[in-house]
Design a protein around this ligand. Structure first.
Ligand code: NAI
Length: 296
């Protein structure tokens, strides 16, 4: 089973942070790309944002000016889901809610051709559960990119219970053809990365809650002596405290509330107070003045 041919259309549904990044990757890899979002202006904004990023790539010498123009000519915001009928691959990056994703794919499978690969970028939901209501769940796969998708090489290719081998292989080969480093994994909670990362965040939060050390010290220790690019506190500020907390909660619940994955009360308070990290200007650290935020 080979990668999806460059001439075939890739559709991205949900054009927020991840959808934009994934669309850019597919576009630069040579595919025609359709962008669809429940809010049509978001799809148009995403196309503009991608154009801006390609401009910066050209400025930095990472992309030829002709290649940029050719790529942008292949990028099409779609007004309706039915405009995705010619897609060979649909990558979904919408809101992280099971029933909303199920509803989307149930509608999509009536629109696209039988050989179209359907993929979810979910970070914490079960691929098997999303495919549950589908008429043809064997072509459904998890294609989990990391933020920022154009820069980070890893893609987890997740097989749900009903995923057929050829579909997973086609997704894997496609990610490889896009210059990514795909890894195959099964549909266990958090897949590989989001599960392995839980103790990294959880233990750091516990040290802080026990007054063992403050966030800046813990981050500095791991960054400067531990070889990590970012410490757990600054990293969760980048990811979004709400997003990170939701993933922890999902993994914890999926493992029948295994205490090993118990979410942190300190992080919960941070989310409740709206200190979501960089996107809200404040999280563990303040991005306005660079000063640390007092403990919630
Ligand atoms: P986002 O909030 O930036 O973007 C989501 C977009 O989906 C919005 O533009 C929204 O209007 C649209 N949308 C919502 N419901 C829709 C529907 N029914 N049909 C069409 N469009 C719809 O979200 P983000 O962060 O890009 O996350 C998207 C998915 O990617 C989630 O499943 C998330 O778990 C996953 N993910 C997120 C990562 C991150 O670091 N933010 C990393 C890896 C995966």
């Amino acid at each position: 089973m080979t990668a999806i041919e460059q001439s075939r259309t890739v559709a991205v549904v949900g054009t927020g942070t991840m959808g934009q990044g994934i669309a850019q990757v597919a576009l630069v890899a040579g595919h025609p790309v359709r962008l669809y979002d429940a809010l049509p202006e978001r799809a148009r904004q995403a196309a503009e944002a991608i154009a801006g990023r390609l401009d910066r790539l050209v400025e930095k010498g990472g992309l030829d000016a002709d290649a940029r123009s050719a790529a942008l000519a292949r990028l099409h915001p779609a007004a309706a889901l039915t405009d995705l009928a010619d897609a060979a691959l649909v990558v979904e990056a919408i809101v992280e809610r099971l029933e909303v994703k199920q509803e989307l794919f149930t509608a999509l499978e009536e629109i696209v051709a039988d050989d179209c690969l359907l993929a979810t970028n979910t970070s914490s939901l079960s691929v098997t559960a999303i495919a549950g209501p589908l008429r043809v769940p064997d072509r459904f796969v998890g294609l989990h990119f990391f933020n920022p998708a154009p820069l980070l090489p890893l893609v987890e290719v997740v097989s749900g219970h009903a995923t057929a081998q050829p579909a997973a292989t086609r997704a894997y080969e496609t990610a490889k053809a896009w210059g990514k480093t795909p890894v195959r994994c099964a549909d266990t909670p958090g897949f590989i990365v989001n599960r392995l990362a839980r103790p990294f965040y959880a233990e750091a939060l516990r040290v802080h809650e026990e007054r063992g050390a403050d966030p800046a010290t813990i981050d500095a220790v791991l960054r400067e002596c531990g070889g990590f690019r970012m410490g757990p506190f600054e990293l969760t500020d980048l990811i979004g405290q709400d997003v990170n907390e939701a993933v922890t909660r999902s993994v914890w619940e999926s493992f029948y509330q295994d205490p090993k994955f118990t979410p942190s009360l300190a992080q919960r308070r941070l989310v409740e107070s709206g200190r979501l990290g960089r996107k809200s200007g404040q999280g563990w650290f303040s991005y306005a003045e660079g000063a640390e935020v007092p403990e919630p």
